[in-house]
Design a protein around this ligand. Structure first.
Ligand code: HEM
Length: 161
């Protein structure tokens, strides 16, 4: 009887132990996947180059239809080759800034926008057009804010009045 009692105790202890291990496994799985999500680059979380291209297309369409700022882009919109180059530069810039495998070969933001007389309101309008594009493709709040966090600091180099 004493032996049986000891055996029950041992089995019970083993069961509790394995339940605990299971619980720890589940917990570490959860924390690992959370950690993994955080360490994946913004580029990957945005969906890679194909997704960035789709967002840039939509974004540029939004800008072209935005009467607050589309006059800045009149020459770009009227020339398909120039438009293609501009979109390609935007894709590379966003790809690189989000940790992707691209290399932006365009001008720095100060040089690119020098003399255009872009105002704070113009800048905010363009950001609104970008947010609209990101929302259309259901980019998550975290990713959206991270991307805006990368582009936002460029404002000082772009805005002249
Ligand atoms: C975070 C905000 C912005 C980013 C990331 C950005 C990015 C760029 C890039 C990568 C280029 C191409 C540079 C090159 O030719 O080497 C460019 C050009 C240009 N940007 Fe911006 N820009 C921003 C804001 C603005 C704003 C607010 C305006 C006007 C409302 C504007 C108007 C233009 C124009 C007109 C060009 C010349 C396009 C062409 O060459 O055909 N940008 N920008």
């Amino acid at each position: 009887m004493k032996k049986l009692f000891t055996a029950v105790l041992i089995v019970g202890a083993l069961m509790l132990g394995s339940m605990n291990v299971l619980a720890q496994d589940t917990m570490s799985d959860k924390s690992m996947s959370k950690k993994h999500m955080k360490t994946r680059s913004l580029y990957h979380r945005l969906g890679g180059k194909k997704a960035i291209k789709a967002v840039v297309d939509e974004f540029v369409n939004n800008v072209a239809g935005d009467t607050r700022i589309n006059s800045f882009f009149a020459k770009t919109a009227a020339d398909p080759k120039r438009l293609k180059k501009f979109k390609g530069l935007l894709v590379d810039q966003i790809c690189q800034a989000s940790g992707g495998p691209c290399h932006y070969k365009g001008k720095d933001m100060k040089t690119a926008h020098k003399g255009m007389g872009i105002s704070g309101a113009d800048f905010n309008a363009l950001v609104e057009d970008l947010v609209k594009a990101l929302d259309k493709f259901k980019v998550g709040e975290t990713e959206k804010n991270e991307l805006l966090g990368v582009l936002g600091p460029m404002k000082g180099d772009i805005v002249e009045k």
